[in-house]
Design a protein. Sequence first.
Length: 394
Amino acid sequence: MAASVEAGAYTDLGTPPTLALARFGHLSALDRLRSLAEVEATRLASEGDVASAIDVMGDVVFLGRQLADRQFAEETRWGLETMSEGLERIRSLLYADFIGSRSLDQEAIQAAIDRLDPDRGYLDLGRLDFPEGDRVAVEQIVSRVFGSGDATDAATFAATLARLDAGDRPLRLFGQAAAWEGKARGHASAPQTRDELRLAYEDWVDRWAVDPFHPRMSDPAYYNQLDGDRYAALSATLEDRTDLFSLRERARLDIVGTRTSLALVGYVYARRSPPPKVSSVRGSWVRRLDADPFRATGGATGGPPLEYFVPIRDTADQFPNGEPQPHEIEVMVGGSSRNIRVGRDGFVLYSIGPDGQKDWARRVARWEENGVGGTDLLIWPPILALERGLGAGE
């Protein structure tokens, strides 16, 4: 414990201890660990031990899953992001082997598929609860600013909220206190504030439990209707958590996409040619075919699979008056685009994305940049590998 404190790898609540001021120093240490794992995976792959490299990144995925179970949104966010980054790195390692020596043996591929199987338990994100720590943190602040009464104490309210607003810049306390004292006068009562917090948080929790395509998900979140003046104590301490929903769906897609990619590559290595359709891997590589989360109607198992095709072989009808050409994909990254071409010796695996349209992955984007009109979510070739200059021509 002393070593963790000395290294800053602990949660600092400040003085007096305040959950809303928590600084998660251990996440910085885990960032370094994640980077070291990336370096180790690269080293192992460069030495030809791709199986061990994939195992290392699998460990990173499970580390992320552990952090996603924590009770504060910042830790859950780190965990979900780490899961997706680890899974994309696995696909990148696999792609480098696919276009290179193809040294990865079929037993190692099967082991990686099985390890990432949500049905085996831990990677099933349906078991992930919405983090509750932030609710407790806000409740602590509400108790402080109201004390034992129903109305705010202006001096306590101003001092408490100004300290939160100042963060690690104490000189801001002097300028913020007066502004917060003014907001105290028009603030709702303690029972009203606690009830508003309950409604906002329960809305998130209820949404977390329903299918991402449930009609309720299209309604504005209760949090977005919060009156920032009347409930200033809440608006100052309760941050929007809707990004966690997106991160969870991204992680789900990466689990499905990575397992499907591994199965397709395993089929190619065993049969010397790509499968005729994505369902061909069922039975021999996976017990069931995971659904595209953007088409699922009952979790990852209740809908059509990811879209898959082999250029030229499966796209000849797109060139009725000429020779079929390699498939061209416009990859949108960082506000710019790059065109890649995939020939008959490769395959394309993609999700239809939020627009629900099968667009043949002609225009794709990273998850965080999705929303550009007409873009699909490319799984294979992995965008991370393409960014690093692996395979696929301009």
